[in-house]
Write a protein that binds this ligand. Structure first.
Ligand code: ZN
Length: 65
């Protein structure tokens, strides 16, 4: 039932969210997080996801708390 068992090493900081591709409905694969400290004051983290079926690329911006 579990994907990406190696995410366990992230100490629970990264919650494993599941997203489905907007276009084809396949499960998106998490590609990583990037800090946005020097990029914007509104958002602090961007997570990227990719669809392995149709190669759609998704970025999720996390609003600063
Ligand atoms: Zn897709």
């Amino acid at each position: 039932m579990r994907n990406g068992a190696d995410l366990d090493s992230l100490d629970g900081k990264q919650q494993q969210q599941r997203f489905n591709c907007w276009h084809c409905g396949s499960e998106l694969v998490w590609g990583g997080d990037h800090d946005l400290d020097d990029y914007t004051q509104d958002y602090d983290i961007v997570s990227n996801f990719q669809c392995m079926n149709c190669e759609t690329f998704v970025e999720v911006y996390h609003k600063c708390q």
